[in-house]
Design a protein around this ligand. Structure first.
Ligand code: ZN
Length: 536
């Protein structure tokens, strides 16, 4: 019999030893992880943390700091120890935290997160509900501060809005660790987040589902392009959506060619990875209710083709399927929230590579709209896919159409990462999404859909329309003007998300460096707002 000592032989070595000596597992004394030898009660305490809040109004001379109601209640339970210790430190401002240990037998550590001033509210100039944003930031700061202790469970107070607290905490603790081994020191299992001292379980659940949707979009964006090709994306869609009764249809290049999707076929044939059009249908209302159409650009790697992108930009091009990732996540969230709407997602998935079959400068293509299209720039491929999808979407007599995609790099210069660009032919749709984005903190900014830009893309030597203008600047608006011609008379909104797809982790305290999954929560909130106003 092979004897193994718990304290010196790791589980990995134990498995290796078994195979080395070719012993049946039953002949070995099983390895018991050291933590199981400890008192389970003590373990539970060590694995549990609590996040509370404190307001700090620097314009008030006397008593500028005050704990939240839940904070005060907890402070009473621990005989005022929390407040007396907090006073010894500089009071945390918005986004800062202080962590205290062993205040009571229930929690090993308590994080007090700063909420800033108690007096903030909806800020019209900022187009932002600053109360909710402060709650997201505080919940994120508290949960992230405790995450380093590897807790199994973190209780988070609502700070007055359970939904926003759940969003902030769930977005902040998420990490992309799929491809790290378990032995890797950087892997910290995600803690279980629970609502503390508040009965708004529904709000907490909605916030959690919205954040999980955004985290799903982030996950898909982060996946390496050699793994997440169109076929893998379709498989993931089948795996995670079919169990929620969402119908997933996967259509091939031949099917697309039969429907004269000239742009999709032209871009798709540039790669050895077969292009696929993934179509998702969620029925939350009766089958006769007109659907909302959501189109997502799904380029799993955008090399720029013959107009090859710079090495600096190519690093982020695995995320050029952000639109498709967002739409998939939105539809999954709609099903989990049981929203009473019908949604059809159209996701043209392909890879754009430079090779002998790549679209070339000056190529001419057609789509089912019977317009001839000049490919003035092969690297402006996303708009070709969306144009085909817009024409196809008309078959479903949609209530309205939203398309989402990373289209134009120059948005980084206009807006930074503050808001994605919104182009729409419907004032009503814009009012709803503007309001929704003020609530989520993931804002949109309306851009011009003027004839000025339409004239640019229609100024074309050999075709009816070109995929970009001759002018170098204004490409995001040129793209919208191009797409408008394929949306016809449908109520339509185009979200150009190039500038919000990736963050260095400095703009939003609840989003760490990496892919962002934006604007998933805003579109889910848009559906909520429209349902609440009986517009859907
Ligand atoms: Zn692209």
């Amino acid at each position: 019999m092979l004897l193994l000592r718990h304290n010196i032989v790791s589980h990995r070595k134990y498995v290796r030893l078994i195979s080395q000596f070719k012993l049946p597992v039953s002949d070995c004394i099983p390895f018991i992880p050291p933590r199981k030898l400890h008192d389970p009660k003590a373990c539970a305490i060590r694995n549990r943390g609590l996040v509370l809040g404190v307001y700090y109004n620097e314009h008030v001379a006397i008593d500028p700091a005050i704990l939240t109601a839940s904070g005060q209640k907890y402070d009473k339970e621990v005989s005022g120890k929390l407040w007396s210790m907090l006073k010894l430190t500089p009071i945390p401002k918005l986004g800062e935290t202080r962590v205290f240990y062993d205040l009571d037998p229930k929690y090993a550590y308590v994080a007090v997160a700063g909420l800033g001033s108690e007096c903030v509210t909806f800020n019209k100039i900022e187009q932002l509900d600053e109360t909710k944003e402060a709650i997201r930031i505080a919940a994120a700061a508290g949960a992230r501060a405790l995450r380093g202790f590897h807790p199994k469970e973190i209780d988070v107070e609502s700070f007055g809005n359970a939904e926003a607290a759940a969003e902030g905490a769930n977005l902040a603790v998420w990490e992309f660790n799929k491809y790290r081994s378990h032995a890797n020191q950087k892997v910290i299992p995600n803690p279980n987040l629970l609502l503390y001292d508040d009965c708004d379980e529904d709000g907490w659940k909605i916030g959690t589902l919205k954040a999980e949707a955004q985290n799903l979009a982030r996950h898909l964006q982060e996946m390496p392009a050699n793994i997440l090709n169109p076929t893998k994306f379709a498989k993931i869609a089948v795996d995670i959506l079919c169990e929620l009764d969402i119908n997933v249809e996967v259509k091939t290049k031949g099917w697309a060619a039969g429907r004269e999707m000239g742009g999709f076929v032209s871009v798709g044939k540039s790669s050895v990875q077969p292009p696929l059009l993934v179509e998702l249908s969620y029925y939350g209302a009766d089958e006769y209710t007109r659907p909302i159409i959501m189109i997502g650009k799904g380029v799993t790697f955008d090399s720029g083709s013959l107009d090859l992108q710079s090495p600096k930009d190519l690093r982020y091009m695995k995320g050029d399927m952000a639109g498709a990732a967002c739409v998939l996540a939105i539809i999954r969230a709609a099903a989990r929230l049981k929203l009473p709407v019908n949604i059809r997602g159209i996701l043209p998935m392909c890879e754009l590579m430079p090779n002998g079959r790549s679209p070339k400068f000056g190529d001419l293509i057609y789509n089912a709209n019977d317009k001839s299209i000049l490919i003035r720039m092969p690297s402006r491929e996303g708009r070709l896919l969306i144009a085909d999808s817009l024409v196809y979407a008309r078959n479903y007599w949609p209530k309205f159409i939203i398309d989402i995609g990373t289209m134009s790099k120059e948005l980084l210069h206009y807006l930074g990462g503050a808001a994605c660009a919104c182009y729409t032919n419907s004032d009503e749709l814009f009012r709803y999404i503007e309001l929704a984005s003020a609530h989520t903190g993931d804002r949109v900014w309306r851009m011009p859909l003027w004839k000025f830009y339409e004239d640019r893309v229609n100024n074309c030597e050999t075709a009816d329309v070109a995929n970009t203008g001759l002018e170098r600047y204004g490409d995001s608006a040129n793209c919208a003007a191009f797409l408008k011609q394929f949306a016809s008379d449908s109520q339509w909104m185009h979200l150009d998300t190039y500038n919000v797809g990736y963050t260095l982790g400095t703009d939003f305290p609840y989003l760490a460096r990496g892919m962002t999954g934006r604007p998933t929560r805003t579109v889910i909130e848009l559906l909520h707002q429209m349902i609440a106003s009986s517009k859907l």
